[in-house]
Write a protein that binds this ligand. Structure first.
Ligand SMILES: Cc1cc2nc3c(=O)[nH]c(=O)nc-3n(C[C@H](O)[C@H](O)[C@H](O)COP(=O)(O)OP(=O)(O)OC[C@H]3O[C@@H](n4cnc5c(N)ncnc54)[C@H](O)[C@@H]3O)c2cc1C
Length: 242
């Protein structure tokens, strides 16, 4: 068992995303067939620059539903169960998470929060707690094994001991509209530090892949031009709405 660091990898994304969004938007206002609009976008009849410019204007206008046709799938590791508990609250996404029922946690890794890491004494307490939890977990698994029980039958009950700090792995698919929403709330300084770290890693990946949609905005204040959090919670980057 050891401390783990966050790792995010883009597994796949919709091909020709700008042309897909362009054709979907154009379909709303055109008598033509989006299949033909798409073909003309792909073969260069409509320049990439023109498509990107159009998509940028659509995003800025708040016409967001065409963005739902573009999907991104991420593989994520080195995050805590505390993080994934928050992540899965985002309902317009698909998830596949490593199970503590099918995968025995006989050598679990963990995430150390920054405030704990900052103080050697706290870090020592924390690591000792991880070690003793692991010891107890193994002791209980072995106890049940002697009763003839093993595998998911025992893992599913003994896992109740495991800490929120326990490292987990998850695959997440979100469409571009949901990603924008996710970044708006989770890149904000009010969001919890670990999910915010994940959101920024995902943001940097999609900004590089698809600048016409994700541009250089992240948090809700970037989109609104003011902070909706009120004086008590505002980080001060934008003025508070009176
Ligand atoms: C700083 C911060 C603190 C938080 N604190 C808490 C807390 O103390 N307790 C707690 O329980 N949660 C908390 N949350 C989680 C929060 O309440 C949301 O559950 C989470 O952010 C998911 O966001 P969402 O529901 O907007 O988005 P998603 O599920 O990603 O949905 C995206 C959007 O789709 C629409 N939508 C989705 N489902 C529905 C629906 N059923 N009906 C209508 N519209 C829908 C909404 O417009 C929604 O914004 C916190 C979140 C943040 C960022």
């Amino acid at each position: 068992m050891a401390e783990k660091k966050i790792n995010v990898k883009l597994l796949s994304m919709t091909s020709n995303p700008v042309s897909v969004v362009y054709a979907a938007c154009k379909q709303c206002y055109s008598a033509k067939f989006s299949g033909d609009i798409y073909s003309k976008s792909i073969d260069g009849t409509v320049s990439q620059e023109k498509q990107e410019d159009f998509v940028r204007r659509i995003v800025a206008s708040g016409h967001e539903s065409p963005l739902e046709h573009v999907n991104f799938t991420f593989a994520i590791e080195g995050v805590s169960r505390v993080l994934t508990h928050q992540l899965v609250r985002h309902r317009l996404a698909s998830y596949s998470q490593q199970s503590q029922r099918y995968v025995k946690e006989d050598d679990f890794d963990y995430i150390i929060p920054p405030l704990v890491k900052k103080h050697d004494e706290l870090k020592d307490y924390f690591i000792e707690h991880m070690r003793s939890t692991q010891e107890l977990y193994t002791k209980m698994i072995n106890f049940l094994k002697k009763q003839g029980l093993e595998g998911e039958q025992t893992n599913q009950d003994v896992r109740f001991l495991l800490p929120g700090a326990c490292e987990t792995k998850i695959v997440v698919t979100m469409n571009a509209r949901e990603l924008i929403h996710f970044f708006k709330v989770r890149c904000c300084t009010r969001a919890q530090w670990e999910i915010s770290k994940l959101a920024y890693k995902m943001l940097h990946i999609v900004q590089e892949k698809l600048p016409s949609i994700f541009g250089d905005r992240s948090t809700k204040c970037d989109w609104l031009g003011y902070c909706p959090e009120g004086e008590k919670f505002s980080c001060g980057r934008y003025p508070i709405k009176e």
